[in-house]
Design a binder for this molecule. Structure first.
Ligand SMILES: O=c1ccn([C@@H]2O[C@H](COP(=O)(O)O)[C@@H](O)[C@H]2O)c(=O)[nH]1
Length: 257
């Protein structure tokens, strides 16, 4: 958390650069080096998605190299959406933190707090899925649960309780940018929590509406992720800079409202 806060202060950026490498292994490795080098100045964090590495023969090695190439003061969020019983979750946490060197992970809270707790290690930040950016025709998240709640409310409750139990801000939430009204509900339930926000760019999320719904009262508290829109840009650095500046413009607009 401290690393993230320091990075955000230094760069005045809430941009998270997603690393979802495509193309053959040689091209992926080359482009990863380019994207990291060209966007680092604008990145509050990098978010490699595990699936895009594990789908390669030498994916773990490529992921380790990529994380090692990221300047040490920029937090790395390993997007693995891990979720299993505590005993198994411990092994995933060893992988993410000790093998890969990630500072933060994404987890799936479906199995409850004990599936998340193993990731809450000292100095690490855990983003638990609350409201995802996809729009399924059939899905559990929006299914009404008992007493009128829904799964994003449950995810928010689990995160708040774990933060209270751990006595520090360790648990953030993944909240997609494709449904600002849902984001506003999660923000109302969790005024302090950090949100990792995918869905801007290739998924068409509305940046202004997202920031209006998701920013905390202090004008911070969200990390806006963009993966394909930066990866596929002719000039990744320019794309990252432009998005960072757009985010900051909307933050200013919200601040003077
Ligand atoms: O709800 C979610 C959770 C995670 N993701 C991941 O974020 C990036 C988004 O990529 P774009 O190319 O910017 O659309 C990708 O790694 C997803 O797996 C998400 O999109 N939605």
């Amino acid at each position: 958390m401290q690393k993230l806060l320091t990075r955000i202060q230094t760069t005045n950026s809430l941009l998270c650069v997603g690393l979802d490498p495509t193309g053959d292994d040689a091209r992926a490795a080359r482009r990863l080096r380019e994207v990291v080098a060209e966007t680092a100045a604008y990145a509050a964090a990098f978010k490699p998605n595990l699936a895009f590495f594990l789908s390669r023969e030498n994916g773990v090695a490529l992921l380790k190299e990529t994380v090692a190439s990221i300047p040490a003061d920029i937090p790395v969020i390993l997007d693995g959406k891990f979720g299993d019983i505590a005993n198994t979750a411990e092994r995933y946490a060893d992988f993410a933190y000790d093998i890969i060197g990630a500072d933060a992970v994404t987890v799936n809270p479906y199995m409850g707090d004990d599936a998340i707790r193993p990731f809450a290690r000292p100095g690490k930040l855990v983003f638990s899925l609350a409201k995802t950016s996809n729009k399924p025709q059939y899905g559990l998240q929006d299914a009404a649960l008992t007493r009128g709640g829904n799964l994003s409310d449950c995810a928010a409750r689990i995160a708040r309780r774990l933060d209270e139990e751990l006595a520090e801000s360790t648990i953030g939430l993944v909240v997609g940018a494709t449904e600002p009204a849902a984001m506003a509900r999660v923000r109302a339930a969790c005024p302090e929590q950090w949100f990792l926000v995918p869905g801007i760019g290739a998924q068409g999320g509305d940046l202004a509406a997202t920031l209006q719904a998701g920013l905390r009262a202090d004008g911070s508290g969200v990390l806006i992720n963009a993966s394909r829109s930066i990866w596929q840009a002719a000039d990744a650095g320019a794309a990252a800079k432009e998005l960072m500046e757009q985010i900051n413009t909307h933050r200013l607009v919200e601040a003077i409202k």
